[in-house]
Design a protein around this ligand. Sequence first.
Ligand SMILES: Cc1cc2nc3c(=O)[nH]c(=O)nc-3n(C[C@H](O)[C@H](O)[C@H](O)COP(=O)(O)O)c2cc1C
Length: 184
Amino acid sequence: MKTFKGLVKTRQSVRKYNNSKQVESSKLELCLEAARLAPSASNSQPWTFIVVNKPDLKNKIANATFSKTVSFNKFTVDAPILIVVVTEKSALKAQMGNFLKNQQYNLLDIGTAIENFCLQATDLGLGTCMLGWFNEKKIKELLDIPTKKRVNIVISLGYAHENVTLRDKKRKSMQEFVKYNSYK
Ligand SMILES: Cc1cc2nc3c(=O)[nH]c(=O)nc-3n(C[C@H](O)[C@H](O)[C@H](O)COP(=O)(O)O)c2cc1C
């Protein structure tokens, strides 16, 4: 097991997968369990994770994440699993908070769950990439998700291709992103 610091540094978006190595179901379950335990506003848990691991269906979902003109998500074709996260409504208390405080807690909540998922995957030697670009309508049709619901994120999961190496993180510096006691 890595240290927490090591885990955070090792997680990176994996965009090249080993398409002949399947993910063990015990590992998948640990990732899902990490997501399940994530915090959420009013403990709403406003998410449903759809695991797409049947190859034909998975390929159809992968094909809905890119097009001829926008092809950067083409790598999903080689990922053995895609997780489609359905954004559910928050609990009533959190919905009131959304309204009264002009917030969108369910999206914040999904962020906590998917990061837990991806960090757990990293700890198990798996690769992930969060995907915000896809044809939502097509994915909903393929998975029988009601049209009223939203899908805001898809996660690819699998073993990274052997060529994938750890990249340096390109991030704002500490000075740029943190302020103490005032925004100025
Ligand atoms: C909400 C969200 C949406 C993203 N959408 C995509 C995407 O559609 N395709 C992709 O290749 N990467 C996507 N990413 C990954 C980011 O590009 C990546 O996290 C960022 O560049 C930092 O790199 P790292 O994850 O390797 O540390 C997304 C990340 C987040 C959090």
